[in-house]
Design a protein around this ligand. Structure first.
Ligand code: GAP
Length: 452
């Protein structure tokens, strides 16, 4: 008998289960019961994450000649975080349930209602601020001088290197510095899979400009960032802007917008990236705390000023979840043997962890060797996967589930006329293509890719 109380699987549950089944994302330390708020990226997941990171990096540093790259360390002097305000202010108000000891963000629950975990009445402690930074120590002595924090954002690594980059790179204002890397926050709310985790990756860019010119660069970067998601092949009707109201806006910020994405059930609209007009706040703070002016001398006008900053700040791991939610689809196929469910990830070919799968129809008569040879040739250009095990239909389905946009089948005709079958993931259309034209055909299909 079906269990009436069995919870209905949400779309998100299905994606979490696909991620584990197909090697995208695993819970950290799973064999020890798992660690909350931390995740491991499997063979498919790491490739998807790297592809998103590479697209962003190319977009920022290669397609914009006024942006340079940086890779700052995760551990930085504690003074950095005093200057930025993170030591004093980077906290969430928390309450504990006195009965079950669960901890909640006091701004996310009704404090007059029973505990959402155990149902106890009047069981909450007074709200207390809880700093989100992870603290550790460096060196062998454990006095307070050696306290360091795992960075809660990559942006400060950019600010503290502003002068280094200006002095070493011939950049002139306006210019930007881009960085991708790990950030850490001791988040209590770690539901919704990798959406909000304690260890995550950010893709941030700080654009330095003359005070006043931020009025021009702020809308420019908002427009650029939204256009990036279109290039990534994300459905534009699932993206929207949210402007920060006076209560959300940091006290130093002039303006701020979030790009929100409509994630699958039960998440719905959530922040994906922030575009912030941060004025000269961070560089001014670092000037005060380090005692050296973090300013800029205009080589033409000889004006000296602390630049204003427009920041674009996207979560890389959050982008991975967005790409998975956007791509996930279940289709009913009407076949001769009856209806069949196809689970497919409609990734843009540039995001897909595997671009081309090469599948010999049979293993014998030299077909497998020929297929392997073709795969070796394609490897130079694309991420490939060779699979000779199981029925061809089942092999296609495995590739659909990881979002492989192109499958190549090698058969007896290949030996005769040097052609293969090229199958397109979305339409399942199959065409015969000469082996010599495979690379150009796949490249053209990727360039012209449009999701139906
Ligand atoms: N430097 C500005 C900054 O860090 P933020 O709004 O706190 O701004 C920017 O973070 C982006 O980083 C968010 O839009 C989100 O994509 C990502 N992010 C922040 N906290 C996260 C977390 N705990 N887990 C995953 N991604 C996170």
């Amino acid at each position: 008998m079906a269990n009436k109380n069995k919870k209905q699987q949400t779309e998100l549950d299905k994606i979490v289960s696909l991620c584990k089944r197909r090697g995208f994302i695993f819970q950290s330390s799973e064999i020890y019961g798992g660690l909350n708020g931390a995740y491991d990226y499997g063979p498919m997941g790491v490739q998807l994450k790297n592809n998103i990171r590479d697209l962003w990096w190319k977009e920022m540093t290669q397609m914009h000649d006024d942006i340079v790259g940086l890779d700052a360390s995760i551990l930085m002097a504690s003074k950095v975080w005093e200057a930025s305000g993170h030591v004093g202010n980077f906290s969430d108000p928390m309450v504990d349930c006195k009965e079950c000891k669960s901890r909640f963000r006091s701004d996310q629950i009704d404090l007059d209602a029973p505990c959402p975990n155990c149902g106890a009445e009047d069981s909450f402690t007074e709200p207390k601020n809880f700093n989100l930074m992870f603290q550790t120590s460096i060196g062998s002595n454990s006095d307070s001088a050696s306290v360091v924090y795992l960075r809660p954002e990559t942006a400060q690594g950019i600010y503290v290197n502003f002068r280094n980059v200006v002095d070493s790179s011939r950049v002139q204002i306006p210019f930007g510095i881009a960085q991708v890397g790990k950030s850490f926050r001791n988040e209590i709310t770690t539901k919704n899979f990798i959406f909000r985790s304690c260890e995550f990756e950010q893709m941030e860019m700080q654009f330095f400009c003359k005070p006043g010119d931020d009025e021009k660069w702020f809308p420019y970067w908002r427009e650029q960032r939204m256009a990036f998601y279109e290039k990534m092949g994300i459905r534009m009707d699932h993206l929207r802007w949210h402007q920060h109201g006076p209560k959300e806006l940091a006290f130093y910020a002039k303006d701020a917008y979030d790009i929100e994405y409509q994630f699958v059930e039960p998440m719905k609209w959530q922040e994906l990236e922030g575009v912030h007009s941060r004025t000269d706040y961070d560089l001014t703070q670092h000037s005060k705390f380090c005692g050296k002016q973090q300013d800029y001398l205009d080589p033409v006008t000889h004006e000296r000023y602390i630049p204003y900053v427009v920041e674009t700040s996207a979560g890389l791991t959050r982008n991975v979840l967005m790409a998975l939610c956007d791509a996930y689809d279940e289709e009913i196929l009407h076949t001769e043997k009856g209806d069949d469910l196809r689970t497919v990830l409609h990734f843009h070919p540039r995001l897909a962890p595997v671009t081309v799968a090469v599948l010999p129809l049979v293993k014998k008569d030299g077909i497998a060797e020929l297929a392997k040879e073709i795969e070796m040739e394609l490897r130079e250009e694309f991420t490939t996967f060779y699979d000779q095990g199981g029925a061809i239909g089942r092999r296609y389905r495995r590739m659909d589930e990881i979002g492989t946009p192109y499958c190549i089948t090698v058969d007896y005709d290949t030996k005769e006329d040097n052609t293969v079958t090229l199958r397109f993931r979305d339409s399942m259309e199959q065409v015969r293509v000469p082996v010599s034209e495979l690379i150009s055909t796949i490249k053209a299909a990727t360039k012209n890719y449009k999701r139906k």
